[in-house]
Write a protein that binds this ligand. Sequence first.
Ligand code: MG
Ligand code: ZN
Length: 376
Amino acid sequence: MSSNLMAQEDYKNKNEKYEYTVEKKHEVLLFNADDLKFKKRPKNIILFIGDGMGTAQLFSGLTANGGELNMSNMSYVGFSKTESSDNYVTDSAAGGTAISTGKRTTNGTIGLDANGERLTTILEYAERNEKATGLVSTSAITHATPASFIAHQPSRNMYEQIAADFMETEIDVFIGGGADFFNKRVDGRNLVTELSDKGYRIGYNLEEVAPVSNGKLAVLTAIGHNAGYRDRGEMLTESTSKAIEVLSNADSKGFFLMVEGSQIDWGGHQNDAAYVTGEVLDMDKAVAKAMEFAIKDRRTLVIVTADHETGGMAVEGGDPEKGYVKTGFTTGGHSAVMVPVLAFGAGAEEFAGIYDNTEIFEKMYKLFKFKQEDRD
Ligand code: MG
Ligand code: ZN
């Protein structure tokens, strides 16, 4: 790994800042819930993971945006209990793996069970069932959360091995940082060339791939992680739109897409209200694109959840009119508290209640009508 990328693991350094006032509120999607008639079962699922997004993070965003979010207009609400197989407080690797595979594993582990046995992810089951698949992330695409959906490695830090695992799949679209893990590798492989040979269109920013509306697409938007919300523009919203466009045009039986708002977690680690809240608002704009698609399509389910809470955050006060929020934090790490699951569209009602994070996989598997006898 280059020193540059090591430096990008500094995201846990504290930058304590408890107050935030939004620079610009965003408009939320307008729709009449009574007019919406979704199919019972989804053909497509768009799963958002706000890394580290607990109820306080969500409510901070809601307050800062004047009391309105797209996420708060989703129809069904549940809570997910996030403990891993070896710790009441999970990390993103075990948290992601629980959601992607339905099995709890040890902290730090990607797509393997607690005994190191390979687990099959919802993305891999989707591929087997002839669905198109995609991953979008504001971190490196090889970071723990997206990695949990496509890779199988004993450590989340094995970024180059995780990148190589992308080559073992037929994923249709992926957009995120981490270019160096594909084309500046210790083993000398150039995965960008390999992807190109496999028929992927490659881009290094979204402008370059603007004309691409179908086929296989890999966009590596940063050498390591993407910049924070202030400096990366509308990367997440544009990536979400692009992924939905390409996946919905695929010659497939629907699609599965995971979109990660990675840096909500990093703001939590830093106890930085602005970083947390800015990232929540950024993800909310991307969620609007998915909800808009679901409203048109009627066979799409949109889920928004988190792998865990970060920071032990509280909202201590605020003024929605001014977009002001005052927060507090109890830790620089993750906390054990359950996290929200918001659902909208086809099959959304399945997500009401309080359940283990592994149930999110079970619900998606069942809603997709994948056969129980086909499970590994
Ligand atoms: Mg993450
Ligand atoms: Zn974290």
